[in-house]
Design a protein around this ligand. Structure first.
Ligand code: RIB
Length: 335
């Protein structure tokens, strides 16, 4: 089916092509009733602005759009690297977008990738974007969720069982003799975080002599982890003897606070600490960090493989690929 053109929209709305262009680029110059008529025509016809006319002639572009939650997190750069390697094998490139855990920025990138008519979209979603992904698919652009299973099973996903990962982390702390455990993570709106906490709760539930406190933070960052660590140091009594951080960046921040000059805390002697992701920095930390490894690069490669298969055959069955997490023990919990 030929792509809907600006001329089609103008005809449907009963205005000139120039008016349609003004509605899209300078709506303030157009009378509100006309803006509404043009926007209604755009929705009815499913018009998609296309910034690169050449791509209309050749259909989909040779670029895959990838939206990650936090481009500063080495986990996502590893995912992006795996995706890029697999895309290059197919003669495609990857455009990386950072939603920065913002619903608006996430929507902006999805609109941009639609305008660019990308070959397909990989996204680690922050909000519920199922409806938006359905509209993308209606316009011929497939999407695969990364690091999250899909609530709508008609979309494929590649993820890790984060509940199992959280359980693994806390069971390890318990096996190391820790009984007062703190979970440091947030925002809880991020499913990966809430799933890891759920796994931690499951591990504690089968160990009645173990307590679990939750220290919620507003970002999965080194800074937020450090602030949480400082908060724990300020408590002279009832400090946890084991900390599970929702990811390695948070764990690095907690470690920085605990190892601060004069803090007088030994890791793992007084407090054992485990993170999640097993990013490269984990093994290079001042006290090498135990972590729960995710096969990040493999996740990126697998997501591209699925996306390319679906782009070639839209009738192919959607798949939820779930990898299992792996415990990596280092000095921060050993002994
Ligand atoms: O960004 C949220 C977290 O979920 C990342 O650290 C990584 O663990 C992902 O799975």
């Amino acid at each position: 089916m030929a792509a809907v053109s600006v001329r089609d929209v103008a005809r449907r709305a009963g205005v000139s092509v120039g008016t349609v262009s003004n509605v899209m680029n300078h709506p303030g110059k157009v009378a509100p009733p006309t803006v509404e008529r043009v926007q209604a025509a755009i929705v009815e016809l499913g018009f998609i602005r296309n910034d690169a006319a050449r791509q209309l002639r050749v259909g989909r572009s040779k670029t895959i759009g990838l939206v990650v939650l936090d481009v500063r997190n080495p986990f996502f750069t590893d995912v992006a690297r795996g995706a890029e390697d697999e895309a290059a094998r197919a003669g495609l490139t990857v455009t990386l977008g950072n939603s920065d855990e913002s619903t608006d920025r996430e929507a902006t990138y999805l609109d941009l990738f639609e305008q660019q008519r990308v070959h397909g979209v990989l996204i680690s979603p922050y909000s519920d974007i199922t409806e938006r992904l359905r509209r993308l698919r209606d316009h011929g652009i497939r999407a695969v969720l990364v690091d999250r299973t899909s609530s709508d099973l008609s979309f494929s996903s590649v993820s890790v069982d984060d509940i199992a990962g959280g359980r693994l982390a806390v069971e390890h702390l318990i096996a190391q003799g820790r009984r007062r455990i703190a979970f440091v993570g947030g925002p809880m709106a991020i499913r990966q975080v809430s799933d890891r906490l759920e796994g931690a709760r499951q591990a504690v539930a089968t160990n009645p002599d173990v307590s679990l406190e939750v220290i919620e933070i507003d970002a999965l960052s080194v800074i937020a982890g450090r602030a949480a660590g400082m908060q724990l140091l300020a408590r002279s009594d009832a400090r946890p003897d084991g900390i599970f951080a929702a990811n390695d960046l948070v764990a690095m921040g907690v470690l920085q606070a605990l190892m601060m000059q004069g803090a007088g805390v030994s890791v793992p002697g007084e407090i054992a600490l485990i993170g999640y992701d097993d990013i490269d920095f984990a093994s290079a930390a001042v006290v090498p960090l135990s972590s729960i490894r995710q096969p990040s690069s493999l996740m990126g490669r697998t997501a591209v493989t699925i996306l390319l298969a679906e782009a070639d055959d839209p009738d192919i069955e959607a798949r939820q690929v779930v990898f299992q997490p792996e415990l990596v023990v280092r000095a921060s919990t050993r002994g």
